[in-house]
Design a binder for this molecule. Structure first.
Ligand code: ATP
Ligand code: MG
Ligand code: MG
Length: 566
C-alpha cells in the first residue's frame, strides 16, 4: 500500500502549505449543485478535505448555489452523500446563498468605493468593449462607467427591486481594462435572474456571479488555502482584487490540474442524453464515471483515494486511461477482499464415485494470501457446477482443463476429476451434463478450476452477473465520427442470467463491508456494493443495487488481469 498522505508531503500541495504555513488550516470543497459528481470531483474532494485533515485543519462543504436556473435539490443530497462515502466529514455544510444579504451589502459598498457600476449594455456591446470577437481590438469602457455613485446605487436597487429584465442590466466591477488579464476587464458582479431560488425562494431577482461570490465566501469562512483547478488561474487576479477592496481576511487561491478520464464522457448534457435514451441504466450505471456509478459498480472509496494519491497533484491537467484506474482498483481489491467460487455459465458435472464425499464439508480460506481473513466451510457435492468454458468436448495436447479422458483439479476438492462422457442437447448443441470420476492417482493436476456445489442443501445460489466493458469504442467518444452515440460499444454490458455462487457469499454479505481486509476498507459502509469479493479465476465482483433477497445481481468491478478486459 502506498502512503495515503504522500500527496501532501511533497510537491505542489506541500509548496502551497509552505507559502502559508497556518496553524489552523481551513479549506472548502465548493461544488455547484447542478449535477452528479464525477471521478474528477473525487480529486477535488481528496485534495481539499485531505489537505485540511493532513494539516489538522477543517474543510467546509460549501454548495455554490448562485445559479437557480441549473440547481436542483437531488444534487445537494447526492453530493453530500458522496463526500461522506469517500470518508470525509465536512466541518460545516454551508451555502453561498446563506450570504446573499451580506454579499448585497458588499456590492453596495463596492459601488460606494466607486469600484462598481450598473451597465445596461447588451452582450454584443460588452464583447466589443472587451476587445471584440478575438479580444484584439482596443478595449474601452461604456458611458455607464461614468455614472455617479448615487446613480449606480439607485440603479442597483432598481435591479434588486425587479425593475430590469434579465440581461437588461448588470452590476460590473470597475477593475483595470488596461491589464493584460481578461479577468480584470470589468467582470459582472450581479445579474438579473427572475427565478425563485430553492433556498431563498422568490426573495431575490438578482444573483451574484461566481467571480463576485467565491472569493468573498472564502474570506467569510476564513479559508486559508482556496484550492481550485487551473482554469481559474487567471481568476486569481480578480479574486485577490475584489477581496482587497471589500474584506480584511485574505485567503490565497492556488490552482491544481484537473483529472480527466479518456474513453468516456463526463459532460452533464451528454450523460443526460445517454440516460434519457436508455443507452445506460441510469446516472449510476456501472459503465459511467459519475461517482454514484463508480460506487454502484463496487469500486471501493479507498481505491479512488489511492488512485488520486498515486497520480499526484501538480499544476498540469492529466488525461488518464480507464485501464490505469482499473489497475489501481485491482491492486486494491487484491489486498482487501475475500475470494469465493463463482461460475458464470454453469454445467453440471456428476462425479460418479463421489458418494462417500457427497455433502461433506471443506474448509476454505477466504484469501490464501491473507490468512487474517479467516476460513469458511463449503459443502462438497457429488454433482458440482463448473464453468462451460472449462470443458471441451474434444481434448487436445495443449489444453489443460476438463475434457473426456482428461484430468483437472477442483479447487479445495478431495481429488481431481477426469471426465468420462457428456450429454448434449440436440437442438442447441450445448453440453447439458458431464460425467466424471475422481482421479485418485494424479496428485498435481496442471490446472485447478472453480466449482459450485449443487442441490438444495449446498447453500449455493443462482445469481445474475453483469460484466461491463467500455461503454465507448474509441478513446475520445466526444470526437467520434457521427457523434458519441455512434461510438457506443454494443458489448458494453454482457449478462449471465444463470450464474452460480457458493454459500460463502451469504457469509461475506452478512459481514460487509469486509472487516478483515487489513483494516483498510472501513469506508463505504452499508450499501449493497460493499459486498465485494474476488470470484476466483473470473473477476472482482460487487452486489448491485438491483439485488433482492432472492435475486442477487452482481457487477464485475474489474477483471483479474488487464489483458482479459475486452
Ligand atoms: P463539471 O462542469 O465537470 O461539473 P465544474 O468545475 O463545473 O465541473 P463544480 O461543481 O464547480 O464543477 O466543482 C467543484 C469543485 O470540483 C471545483 O473546485 C472544481 O474545480 C473541482 N473539479 C471539477 N472537475 C474537476 C476535475 N475534473 N478534476 C479536479 N477537480 C475538479
Ligand atoms: Mg459542476
Ligand atoms: Mg462549475
Amino acid at each position: 500500500a502506498i502512503d495515503p498522505d504522500a500527496m501532501f508531503k511533497q510537491g505542489f500541495l506541500n509548496d502551497v502549505f509552505n507559502e502559508r504555513p497556518e496553524k489552523q488550516v481551513f479549506t472548502r470543497f465548493p461544488p455547484e449543485p447542478n449535477g452528479f459528481l464525477h471521478i474528477g470531483h473525487a480529486k477535488a474532494i481528496a485534495v481539499n478535505f485531505g489537505f485540511a485533515r493532513y494539516h489538522g485543519g477543517k474543510c467546509y462543504l460549501r454548495f455554490d448555489d448562485t445559479n437557480p436556473e441549473a440547481e436542483e435539490e437531488v444534487y445537494f443530497t447526492a453530493i453530500e452523500e458522496m463526500v461522506r462515502w469517500l470518508g470525509f466529514e465536512p466541518y460545516k455544510i454551508t451555502y453561498s446563498s446563506d450570504n446573499f444579504d451580506k454579499l448585497y451589502e458588499l456590492a453596495e459598498k463596492l459601488i460606494t468605493l466607486d469600484k462598481a457600476y450598473v451597465c445596461r449594455c447588451g452582450d454584443d456591446e460588452i464583447k466589443l468593449q472587451r476587445g471584440g470577437e478575438k479580444g484584439t481590438s482596443t478595449r474601452y469602457r461604456c458611458k455607464h462607467a461614468e455614472q455617479t455613485v448615487e446613480e449606480n446605487i439607485q440603479q442597483f436597487r432598481d435591479m434588486r427591486d425587479g425593475k430590469y429584465k434579465p440581461r437588461e442590466a448588470f452590476l460590473r466591477m470597475k477593475q483595470d481594462i488596461t491589464d493584460g488579464n481578461p479577468q480584470m476587464w470589468d467582470l459582472a458582479a450581479y445579474r438579473v435572474l427572475d427565478k425563485p431560488h430553492h433556498r431563498t425562494g422568490p426573495k431575490w431577482k438578482i444573483y451574484p456571479t461566481y467571480d463576485f461570490t467565491h472569493c468573498l465566501c472564502d474570506s467569510f469562512e476564513g479559508i486559508t488555502h482556496s484550492l481550485c483547478t487551473t482554469e481559474f488561474f487567471l481568476s486569481r487576479t480578480s479574486y485577490e482584487w475584489l477581496n482587497k477592496q471589500l474584506v480584511d481576511f485574505q485567503p490565497i487561491q492556488r490552482e491544481y490540474g484537473r483529472l480527466s478520464i479518456s474513453g468516456t464522457l463526463l459532460s452533464k448534457r451528454k450523460l443526460k442524453e445517454l440516460v434519457e435514451k436508455k443507452y445506460v441504466r441510469g446516472w449510476d450505471d456501472p459503465r459511467l464515471y459519475t461517482l454514484i456509478a463508480v460506487r454502484r459498480r463496487g469500486v471501493p472509496p479507498g481505491a479512488i483515494l489511492e488512485f488520486v494519491n498515486e497520480l499526484g497533484v501538480t499544476t498540469t491537467n492529466s488525461i488518464i486511461q480507464i485501464s490505469r484506474f482499473e489497475q489501481t482498483i485491482r491492486r486494491y481489491l487484491e489486498r482487501t477482499v475475500p475470494r469465493l467460487m463463482l461460475v458464470l455459465d454453469p454445467v453440471p458435472v456428476v462425479i460418479e464415485d463421489a458418494d462417500e464425499f457427497d455433502g461433506t464439508k471443506v474448509m476454505v480460506p477466504f484469501s490464501p494470501k491473507t490468512p487474517a481473513m479467516g476460513d469458511h466451510k463449503i459443502k462438497f457435492t457429488k454433482t458440482v457446477y463448473i464453468d462451460r468454458s472449462d470443458f471441451r468436448e474434444v481434448d487436445s495436447k495443449d489444453y489443460f482443463r476438463l475434457a473426456p479422458g482428461k484430468t483437472v483439479g477442483l479447487l479445495q476438492a478431495p481429488f481431481p476429476i477426469k471426465a468420462t462422457s457428456f450429454t448434449k442437447d440436440e437442438a442447441t448443441g450445448k453440453v447439458t451434463e458431464i460425467r466424471a470420476v475422481f482421479d485418485r492417482e494424479t496428485k498435481k493436476p496442471k490446472t485447478f478450476i472453480q466449482w459450485v456445489a449443487a442441490g438444495e442443501g449446498s447453500g449455493s445460489r443462482k445469481c445474475e452477473v453483469r460484466l461491463h466493458n467500455a461503454l465507448f469504442k474509441s478513446e475520445n467518444p466526444a470526437a467520434a465520427e457521427g457523434g458519441y452515440l455512434n461510438d457506443i460499444n454494443p458489448n458494453s454490458e454482457v449478462v449471465y442470467p444463470d450464474a452460480m455462487i457458493e454459500s460463502g457469499f451469504d457469509e461475506i454479505r452478512a459481514r460487509a463491508p469486509w472487516p478483515e481486509a487489513a483494516g483498510e476498507d472501513k469506508l463505504g459502509k452499508g450499501g449493497p456494493e460493499s459486498v465485494r469479493f474476488q470470484g476466483m479465476r473470473v473477476a472482482y465482483f460487487a452486489m448491485d443495487s438491483d439485488s433482492t433477497d432472492d435475486n442477487i445481481v452482481l457487477n464485475r468491478i474489474v477483471s483479474l488481469k488487464e489483458d482479459k478486459e475486452k
